[in-house]
Design a protein around this ligand. Sequence first.
Ligand code: PMP
Length: 455
Amino acid sequence: MSDIEEHRKKIEEITLEMIKLLKTRTDVAKQIGDAKASLGMTVTDEEREDALRTQVTKLCKEIDLDQSTALKFLNFLFNESVKVQSDNKQTHLSVFLKAKELEEQGKEIIHLEVGEPDFQPPKEVKTALAEVYDKGYGKYGPVKGITELRTALAHHTNQLENDDYDEENIMVCPGARFAVYLAITTLLNPGDEVIVIEPAWPAYKECALNAGIKVRTIKTTLETRWEPSIDQINNAINGNTKMIILNYPNNPTGKILPKKIQDNIIEIAREYDLYVLSDEIYSEYANDDWKSVLLYGYEKSIITKSFSKSHAMTGFRIGYAIAEPSIIEKMSKLQALSLTNVSEPIQYVALEALNADTSENTKIIKSRLDALKESTKDIGLEFVEPDGSMYLFARTKHKNFDATKFSEKLLEHGVAIAPGEGFGDYKEFFRITAINEPRLMEGMTILDTVLKETV
Ligand code: PMP
């Protein structure tokens, strides 16, 4: 056998051996997952991961292997473990799907789990829908969006932020969800790390996991008013960290960070050259303390926004990203590959929707949130008063309360809520959406009754 043949044989053997080891590792990870589930433990244990990372780094020195390759491989293994251990988590989406099934069987459900305004889009949308056929929109179009809409969105951004954006800074996407997916998937590489501050909308973690990117979670608590400490953030950063994700006003807590903390986070991002993905989908539902990340003028920031919440257009699937043109360019490659372009008729409708005065929506959501706060206080739940968004994240005063079981029981009584475990390590919490008041109050009364039966 020639030398090269011999080496090829050897590499095949090693690879097959590695695959067998991966199988053994995955089986053990599953067993650990079952044990964690029965003990009510979370899937990710960052301390244990750190300890193993330290051992791997040490080993690399001993055997003279490139650390960065080894740590990327380690992140791949961590992600595989998270995947096999994360099967049964209940999210707002799984509750919503169960609620829909019950509705199909003829049951009436009050939806306090959904993340969408229950009012109609502005009337400009109706007019635009009637016009769009004759306007001739409806062919393949530019991947980043039609110029009219990109220009209008840049203008809209400048009005809000008093800055100097133009169409090159904008990419139209089918919803902020897709913009988030594009940003995470195209700006980061497998093995890179992203910081997510929890509680968080689950898609950030899922997008990263899907793209082979390691998530570093920062757990915030009700006791610290859902504020991350600067130490927590600094401790989560290492050589592989490439992005931090912010979402304020937050889903699910409604939190807005104190300005000082947000300033510090952006400073840290600059220092370590991290991307800042700021999901500002709830910016229209924010109190006065809110400051857009756009205002920092940080060139590695990506802001995601949407017509879903501000214009009650969830089903239209239209949102956008604001970033430096070089970032937009990278994101647009995957959009071209996967979508060609966002539906042109819907882009036209969004363009017209921008002319609508949505200040009434802002007032409606605020007054509902106020009503929800009062009702939640009356029931005696614990929560931090939301500064914005459309939700309230609460827990009971009872230790070890299982909000997932509670949400299942409550659904049997016709009320759907979002269990906290969908947003991170928050099994005792649940999220309630501020829907229209009569229905909200009806739902809260049932919640109160079922709670009293439960605890
Ligand atoms: N970000 C957050 C924080 C959300 O809560 C949601 C929707 N629930 C989205 C993004 C997705 O919005 P879109 O409908 O624009 O995809």
